[in-house]
Structure formats: C-alpha cells, structure tokens
Design a protein around this ligand. Structure first.
Ligand SMILES: Cc1ncc(COP(=O)(O)O)c(C=O)c1O
Length: 396
C-alpha cells in the first residue's frame, strides 16, 4: 500500500513556474500568465498596520485560531457583506491561507472513504486535500455549452451513501464561471434533502466583473446551517505571500476538531500578518474595487486576443482572473485530448508566454489551456499582442 501523500502530485503549475523562473534567470524575457498571483502591492494601510505591529513588538504567539481584533473584523464582514448567520467570532477560524483552511477542513471532516462531490475542471489542490483527508473526490463535469455551470441534476446523480459533502467554488478557478443564485439555491436544496455538508470556496468573491454581485452559498436559507465557508485574503487584498485565510464553521463538533488541527499544524497564523489582515478588513475597500476593475480590463484585452487566435475557443469569465480556452482539434500539436502540454510548451519555448495546461485541473481539463491575467497589465498587453500571430505561425 502506498503512503497517502504519494497520491498527491508536485503540481503541474509549479513545474511550469519553475521552468519559467529558470528561463528568466538565464535572461530570457518571459510573460508570466501561468499562476494566479496578483500583480498589485498590498494596500498602504495594510502595510502600515503590519509595520506598526512589528514596531509594537507583536511578534509573539497569538490565540491559535486568530487574534480577537481580526476574528471580530471577520465576523462583521461575513455577517454584513456575505450575509452568513454566524453566532459569534468563535465560529471563525483563521488559517494560513485558504489552502491550509481546505487541508484542515477535509482532515477534520472526512472519514476514510467518504466522498466529496466537486466540479471538474477544478483547482487541483481541492481534490488533493480531499485525498489527504482520506476522502475520495467525485468529479462532476462542467459543460462549455452551459457556460461551465455546475449542474444540480448531475450533482444529485453523483450522490451515493458515502457522499459527505458538496464542494462549490464561485467565481470558479479555472474557468471564471460565476454560479447563478438559482443554481446555488438548487444545490442547497439537494444538500438539505440528502443531509450533506456544503463547502463554499469564495477565494475570488471580490474578483467579479460586469457589475455582477457575488452570492455566498452560506447566506441562502437552505444552506445556512450546513455550510462551511472558505475565504482567502490572497486575491482580494493581493496578500498572497502573507498567507491569510479563514473558515466560518457553525457545526460544533467540526469547529472543535478544527481548533485542534489548527493548533497542531500552525498554532496561529503569523502575528504581523494578522494585524495587517484586520486593517485590510476594517479599512477602506477602494483598493479591492480598483483591482477588480483592472482585472476586468485585462480580461477584455486577453479575450479579444484569444478570440482572434486560431486553434482556441476561449470562454468569457464572469469572475476570477483566468481565461480558459478549449484547444481545437486542428491545432498542429494536437495529439488527442491527453496531450494539452503541447500548446503550453510551444508558448513557453517559442513565444515566451507562460500558461497552464488544462489537465492540471482534472480530467475534464484535458485539451484546454488556462491563461492567468493576474500578472501586470503590461505583461497581459504584451501577451495579447503576441498570441494571435504566434499561434497562426504554429500552423506553418
Ligand atoms: C479556488 C481556490 N481556492 C482557494 C485558494 C487558496 O488561496 P490561498 O491559499 O492563497 O489563500 C485558491 C488559490 O489559488 C483557489 O484558486
């Protein structure tokens, strides 16, 4: 029997990133559209709060699940903005990024062999953290014909006696699809009928375009008492390297387990980051809105370029900062759906544009490619200028 950690990959995007960094180190110009790391600096008041925390000597162990200042700020935000029914700040657990939140959540929730339904394609780390928790990811395919919607009928059809939870992510990585309220309501009703937990990953709640409003699954009446909400401050405040996320959990047993796991894994997020996060939540939110507007203009620029490019069928994302495109079968490097690395490799080696192969996002991702437009506007503009001609040239 192999070790459970052997079921986890080293990550395709990490492989691409390492290659790009290596090429950059050798002096080659590379446009970094492979990973979702905001190009922006953190807002000035967040930086100042962190500097002050350092000067004030806030460098000691903190309460394991987060300093009261931060958990109260989170309580206020999730109540007023997300519409979650949270009784107290005790139901908020501060984690080392959303990733760590997902790890402790699945580890605390799942018994060996429990199934978790999730969309396919999906951010791979979700499936991997389910496996690390002893569970089995059950993919439900998203279809381009329906704008990569997560179909409640297909979710219901995937339920078995071993199903423990339904995982929802909107706006969605890697497609950028935004779930409609009515879809979320139907998913909530299914979870209630089958007595399942809902996990709502809202890492991209503030990266949403065209005036749409983000709907938090946990705010819906049928979902309220059965949802664990997962948040990240990486995208909203460009705090990716500072590692800050949080879970909102109302189930008492799960909360108890999570507190134990947080203590045994990190025993509290970096104290200085926590002061910065409190300032981010309590302070003005205009930086977040400015970033979202900039992401939207990058999306438009890149989408126009991909629409002009041969061999690609791009999907217009309603949120997140990814452009997902199907690789057409007349692509010269096409070797069947199993090989979507050919375009990624071609663009890296011949054009200097990084991207991620779709198969990094689950079985349904094969034959697709994902471009992240979280790098600088200048890089997106340059990549948009290069791609159509570069792909045309690939045809010979
Ligand atoms: C869907 C999704 N959830 C959660 C996260 C977690 O981000 P972090 O660990 O930086 O908070 C990411 C990051 O890319 C993501 O794409």
């Amino acid at each position: 029997m192999s070790h459970i950690v052997d079921s986890v990959s080293l990550g395709a995007i990490v492989q691409v990133r390492d290659r790009l960094l290596d090429m950059q180190a050798k002096g080659k110009k590379i446009l970094r559209l492979e990973s979702g790391d905001p190009s922006f600096d953190i807002p000035a008041h967040v930086r100042e709060a962190m500097e002050k925390a350092l000067r004030d000597g806030q460098t000691h162990y903190t309460a394991s699940t987060g300093i009261p200042l931060l958990r109260n700020a989170i309580l206020k935000k999730v109540t007023e903005e997300n519409g979650l029914g949270v009784a107290s700040a005790d139901q908020v657990v501060v984690t080392n990024g959303g990733m760590h939140g997902l790890y402790v959540l699945f580890r605390a929730m799942l018994e060996a062999g429990d199934e978790v339904i999730l969309p396919d394609p999906m951010w791979t780390e979700i499936a991997e953290n389910i496996r690390l928790g002893g569970g089995i990811p059950i993919p439900v395919r998203l279809h381009p014909e329906t704008g990569y919607g997560y179909d409640p009928d297909e979710i219901e059809a995937a339920i078995t006696p071993r199903t423990r939870a339904i995982f929802v992510n909107t706006p969605h990585n890697p497609t950028g699809a935004v779930a409609a309220r009515v879809t979320l309501e139907r998913i909530a009703a299914i979870a209630a009928n089958h007595n399942l937990t809902l996990i709502s990953d809202e890492a991209y709640e503030h990266v949403i375009f065209d005036g749409q409003k983000h709907v938090s699954l946990g705010s819906l009446p049928a979902a309220q008492r059965r949802t664990v909400s997962v948040y990240s401050m990486s995208k909203t405040y460009a705090m990716s390297g500072l590692r800050m996320g949080y879970l909102v959990v109302t189930d008492e047993l799960l909360l108890e387990r999570l507190k134990k796991l947080v203590r045994c894994t990190i025993n509290g997020v970096n104290s200085v980051t926590q002061y910065g996060a409190a300032a981010a939540l309590n302070g003005p939110q205009d930086a977040t809105r400015t970033m979202a507007a900039e992401y939207q203009s990058r999306r438009d620029m890149l989408l126009a370029a991909l629409e002009e490019s041969p061999y690609l069928e791009p999907f217009k994302p309603g949120g997140a900062f990814y452009l997902w495109a199907k690789i057409k079968e007349d692509w010269p490097g096409y070797q069947g759906k199993a090989d979507d690395w050919s375009m990624t490799n071609y663009l890296i080696d011949r054009v200097g544009v990084g991207s991620s192969p779709g198969s990094a996002f689950g079985p349904a991702g094969a034959g697709h490619i994902r471009f992240a437009f979280s790098c600088s506007t200048e890089q997106v503009r340059e990549a948009a200028g290069l791609l159509p001609a570069a792909l045309r040239a690939a045809g010979g």
